[in-house]
Design a protein around this ligand. Sequence first.
Ligand code: NAI
Length: 254
Amino acid sequence: TKTYAMTGGASGIGAALKESLQARGDRVIVVDLKNADIIADLSTVEGRQHAIAGITELATDGLDGFVACAGLPPVAEPLSLITQVNYFAAVATIEGVVDLVAKKNGAIVSVCSNSAPLPGLNEEHIELLLAGKEAEACALIETLDGHNAYAGSKNALTKWTRRNAAEMMRKGVRLNGIAPGMTRTPLTDKVFADETLGDATREFSKCISYGDLATPDMIADAMLFLLDPAARYVSGSILFVDGGQDALLRPDQF
Ligand code: NAI
């Protein structure tokens, strides 16, 4: 049996991945606010430590893979929660379990977003994230907006993933990112229901080549690939799974 751990496995994309892994007989350790093997609030340093300690206790032989999936939408409040969960918790949990994943020469997937390359992002905020300055980044984001909090956190997580892939590879671990496009989950329901971001998001969702939003299993299937030995030569890649939206919007950027 293979053993995987993930954050955010109680809902949406994470839950779809958990179900796929369990359906083929793999063991999955889930960290989330509820309905999880380890209940932890990843917005806090203590919560992240509790999560890492819990995974370490449950996966003594190591992990075949880890997915940092927990995340909050651009409409979460306060905005600093998005910074804490989407960026700092992802980085802290990945760093906290990397030795467990190295034991089995496994793979790590950071859950980024196809919103990461969108325009209008504050560079200073992204630099603070990448510099690990959580308090400063949280203070700055309160003066900005949900787009900066969300897409900014994903932009920094994408860069962090690319910057750290080589170091992880030296430990025998493959680190890749996945960049989902809009996917039908409780997270997008909250965005569509928002007075300010709802209409803008509906408009944005019209330019998806596939013609519709993703369902969570479409994203989970791509995550399964990144976790699988079939992807054994894939490292530092950001896999866009967005129905062609990024290629449509930025055909010459890659
Ligand atoms: P979701 O809301 O269905 O699931 C997110 C999970 O994260 C929930 O189970 C929630 O409890 C957990 N979580 C949130 N805050 C937490 C905290 N402080 N501590 C522990 N767990 C916490 O969302 P969805 O859509 O499945 O998103 C999963 C990931 O995919 C997120 O990182 C999101 O940013 C990313 N993503 C989602 C897209 C979408 O359109 N749904 C598009 C691109 C990326």
